[in-house]
Design a protein around this ligand. Sequence first.
Ligand code: PMP
Length: 384
Amino acid sequence: MIPGPIEFEPEVLQAMGMPTNSHVAPDFIETFGNSLELMREVWKSPTGQPFIVAGTGTLAMDMAAANLIEQGDHVLVISTGYFGQRFKDILDRYGAQTTILEAPLGEVVSQEAIEKELQSKQYKALTITHVDTSTGVLVDPEPIAKLAKKYNTLSILDGVCSVAGEKIVQDEWGLDVVLTGSQKAIGVPPGLALLVASRKAMEVWKNRKSPVANYYADWNNWLPIMTAYEERKPSYFVTPAVNLIVALEASLKIIVAEGMEKRVKRHQSLAKAFRAGISSLNLEILPKNDEVAANTLTAAYYPSGIEGMVLLSKIAQSDVVLAGGLLPEIKTKYFRIGHMGSVSANDMLAVLSALERALLKSGHHLEPGKGLQAFQKELLKSDL
Ligand code: PMP
């Protein structure tokens, strides 16, 4: 129950275990083409250009920066935790002049602050971390994408911890890049960088003055490959991660069969009930309020007087694996529970009961079953 890699569906793992095909075999061409088409459905971007590349979420960030940014471009990084700084570091490598707007811990940056910054100079792009996995803070990308449009700025969404878990309507919201890695709510073992670029983003890339300063990430190399696979034609730039892409098609089919609206609702209902459970155990949640709390993971502080690593190892004795803190300033003070992908109410109840037992054994005062009761009560209010 960590926030990625998540627990994968048996069908996905089975697909991944197939004998490795040629990357130009008709079956594989079909799988690749289908996966690109399914990505447009999941991202809700009928007009976007999808890319499937071997790598991780960080490569998808790198790819967005390498292709869209040129020396001296101004980029605004809207940060809600650890991964904002990562985006800044990547952008800086490509010569961007970055300004980082950091939200107070557990909060989001205000629209006013973003607009004020956008008015101050011509920004080429802004980046948003949809869900920062280090804090569990959820940002609403829609109004920020609107602001970006108003100031003729590209909007880039780091959706590594949100795509296929949180609501995203890329075209309608006007997001120019929405990127992720395979190992989170997309539900495929780590190893794929996934990205959908808007027509405007592709236009900006085509009109670059300088060459892309990264050979592997250059869309000049990748676009013909994506186009060929969609046209069901063989092509080669680098050897694709064949088994991972077979697994990707399997997982995207499961996601689309559930339906994005239903899937997002499931994540929301489970997360809300889970937060009710956690709060009833007198644990403080890191995001300041429900509105900015992610539905793909929950970050909560350890109770005072309890040694975090000891608590997590007690929980692990119940076969429930949780993640420690990630944000350096408070790393030892909090822990994280991932609840995305195929997660069910049963999984969440198992986490809460293991957590209750470990807390009780550690001397934390609580009434056994309280967290479970709060979870059940909240969940019954939803239609899950
Ligand atoms: N952004 C966010 C929000 C993430 O959660 C992560 C991974 N935890 C990354 C970027 C980087 O992805 P990866 O580890 O797959 O490179």
